[in-house]
Design a protein around this ligand. Sequence first.
Ligand code: HGY
Ligand code: MN
Ligand code: MN
Length: 422
Amino acid sequence: MTATGPGTATGPGTASVTGLLGEIADVGRDARRGGYSRHGFSPVEGELRTWFAEQAQRRGLDVTTDRNGNQWAWWGRPGRGAVLTGSHLDSVPGGGAFDGPLGVAAALAAVDQLRAGGFTPRRPLALLVFTEEEGGRFGVPCLGSRLMSGSLGADAARRLTDRDGVTLAEAALDAGLDPARFGRDDAALAQVGCFVELHVEQGRLLDRLPGTPPVAVASSILAHGRWRFTLTGTGNHAGTTEVADRRDPMLPAAAAVLATRRALGSRPEARATVGRLEPTPGGTNVIASSVDFWLDARAPADAEVHAVVEEITEAAREAAAEEGCELTVRQESFGDTVLFDPGLRDRLAAELGGPGAPVPVLPTGAGHDAGILAARVPTAMLFVRNPTGISHAPAEHAEPADCEAGGRALAAVLESLAGGGS
Ligand code: HGY
Ligand code: MN
Ligand code: MN
């Protein structure tokens, strides 16, 4: 696969992937954290939705928003057997520029390239932008695809709240959506022949391969879930409360955080992270009355995830008892191990590989909308090389030449899938 120069367009009237990313480079920048904070149903995400709709309409695509807030841009009439591609535009707090937007920009650039080459889809083809994939605001990842596929109930979703206590229903109303329409969308899914998501690799498997190939096909996603731990003690004065009188929930919280690393000791493929810990009331001179923290746990097998969580919960339980605190643990989301559709996976690998240069087929620990939809329709993913592997951080990066190679790979895949070939 030859790489065009960094950021160069791929022909007259066509946009480059990096050029499209550059158009939103200033939207949702987070001055405090660095990177971007672009959350579901926020004004920033509204700006990105408008940008995507304009880009799609400029390409003659018909843009609609479905009952769950996901954007669809159709090339041709909607219909069954449709080939879908796309990703998300929201981010984690202080996230990078590529996680999500790279897949959306590559989809738009692929449409340009196909059209410039005289291609007309013989199957319906649509670009999708899913809402709140990161769960950065309402806590449940892949919100839009979970609602669409039915793996998250509409009532439970409407009740989700952000850090300010705003419900998803209220935020959706503010964004011009009707939350009463949230829910499983069998009609939309009935149109889907397959979904292919291009995404920046979140890890360094591609970069470690000889010749650092720019693109890989995905094989699987780790099982993963999120749990909310709440430790309750007695709020008190930091300077006057003797140790014997303390019931400080921060101590069992700290014990649980340390246990996350111990739980991974014998499980090299598992992952356990506490990235968010919130004491109440949160005063420097105050013994917290309660501490909430969220555990993100992942592993190749569902049972291993639950074993990791149980080990960490036991550590929290023991430390809470020792400190005279109460513990509650609530599972907030869970997704089984995802094995992408083997037929689609192998077709993409064959399409993109060359004689003596097979395209890598790699696993990932990162969750994606393609992983959620995999339970209902054939899905696949393409990864673009990430030289440092860093993601969910401002330093996330992909080389322009690799981004363009990703756009060309996606165009080739869409041409094969939507060209009417078998
Ligand atoms: O958390 C994840 O793995 C994904 O980036 N939402
Ligand atoms: Mn992400
Ligand atoms: Mn993502």
